[in-house]
Design a protein around this ligand. Structure first.
Ligand code: FDA
Length: 378
């Protein structure tokens, strides 16, 4: 074996695929019982509807090298992501756009009129002086829109009143002064035609790649563990960086999500794939309805059943799946210390969202793995 890859998410599999294609033999281990990391999806046995187990995954990129690379393994549907939000029992389009503003103020403002209104409302605070997230939000879009669409949703995401969150959590709140409610601005967007798992399996389908599931790098009873392999061969590690160093510089903090999945006896529950819930009295942040990600599969989906998944956000304990870095000043200091330690690890490269403590979209994970391959491994 020439290379050990710890973690079979998009980062690890991109490295493994490139290494195998160049003639190296690679072993990929993952502690979960499936490949694909958080992008993994599965067909629900009762309905055949594809469910994204770790939350909705929408592929989008403007990076031509990534787009060319991913198209080697899958084609993409023409799905275009749009999100709506329920505020006080009324549904508004997101991101905040001219449609949202006119519906909210019961008006028919032109783009210039809406811009002038938001500018005037935002005058209550200056972004430069904002002492917390609430003041920053008001300084960016004005109090009425902030209180309706940002305040309670953010409080639910962080389990914290935005008055007690640092202003840096948001740098901007995009407002579109037209009726465009396309969620992503990227050049390419779509969902893998045969699903995420088929895509991921094709990446790993090479005679030089061996995948070992339910295999934890820190479990010394299995042969590919840390103690037995570090220094013996090159390793790309995509698990949590603090776990690698036994939390010596402190545990980095994460938010996690809890999902409640339900099969309903209705053909269509909400008419769209993602509905946010902006208000404090609803405990979940959003509901996904998976059927709507694949309208082209309508003839395979049951007409009288649908699957929804409610999403709840909270701080992660060490036992939870880490999803979004919290990134406090203490976390940033810890990360710098871990980066120093990482430099001293012989033949171990740290990558991916857990290995670098960074939120990465799929195209970013793939793009940074391709860079690591070209710049440090090839
Ligand atoms: P990833 O977490 O996928 O893989 C790491 C792997 O390492 C895991 O399989 C894990 O089991 C394994 N591992 C960890 N410790 C180990 C150990 N000790 N031993 C062995 N294996 C170990 N992106 C996007 O483009 N569009 C989207 O819509 C979304 N949506 C989204 C929703 C939610 C809720 C989240 C949390 C994330 C997204 N993403 C996303 C981001 C996407 O999930 C992300 O880009 C990829 O998962 C990154 O791939 P990685 O390989 O870096 O990590």
């Amino acid at each position: 074996m020439d290379l050990l890859v710890v973690g079979s998410g998009f980062f690890g599999l991109t490295i493994a695929e490139r290494a195998a294609a160049s003639g190296l033999t690679v072993t990929v281990i993952d502690r979960r019982d499936h490949i694909g990391g958080n992008a993994f999806s599965e067909d629900d046995p009762a309905t055949g509807i594809e469910v994204h187990r770790y939350g909705a995954h929408l592929f989008h990129t403007s990076n031509p090298a990534v787009w060319e690379y991913v198209n080697r393994f899958t084609t993409f549907t023409d799905y275009v992501h749009r999100v709506y939000t329920n505020h006080k029992g009324i549904v508004f389009p997101l991101p905040i756009n001219l449609g949202t503003i006119n519906q909210f103020f019961n008006a028919a403002y032109s783009p210039d009129e809406a811009k002038a209104l938001v500018h005037e409302l935002a005058g209550e605070f200056d972004t430069k002086d904002a002492a917390n997230l609430e003041e920053k939000g008001i300084a960016l879009i004005g109090r009425p829109l902030y209180e309706a669409f940002i305040r309670d949703y953010t409080a639910k995401q962080w389990q914290t009143d935005p008055k007690n969150l640092p202003a840096e959590v948001i740098s901007r709140l995009p407002v579109r002064y037209n009726y465009d409610n396309r969620y992503f601005n990227d050049t390419w967007e779509g969902l893998p035609t045969d699903g995420y798992t088929a895509w991921i399996e094709r990446m790993a389908d090479h005679p030089n790649i061996e995948v070992k599931l339910s295999t934890d790098f820190f479990d010394e009873s299995q042969p590919f563990n840390k103690r037995a392999t570090v220094g013996q061969l090159p390793i790309v590690y995509t698990g949590p960086v603090d776990r690698y160093f036994d939390y010596t510089e402190g545990a980095l903090s994460w938010r996690t999500l809890d999902f409640e999945r339900e099969v309903l006896d209705v053909g269509d529950f909400q008419g769209t794939s993602v509905m946010n819930y902006a208000d404090a009295d609803i405990p979940y942040t959003r509901i996904h309805e998976f059927k709507h990600f694949h309208p082209e599969r309508a003839d395979r989906h049951p007409a009288d059943k649908t699957i929804i998944m409610r999403e709840f956000s909270r701080f992660a304990t060490r036992e939870d799946e880490p999803y979004y870095p919290v990134n406090t000043s203490q976390d940033r200091a810890g990360l710098l210390a871990y980066r120093e330690l990482a430099k001293g690890e012989q033949d171990v490269l740290f990558g991916g969202r857990l290995g670098t403590y960074q939120y990465l979209d799929m195209h970013m994970a793939i793009g940074s793995a391709l860079s690591m391959w070209h710049n440090q491994l090839a």
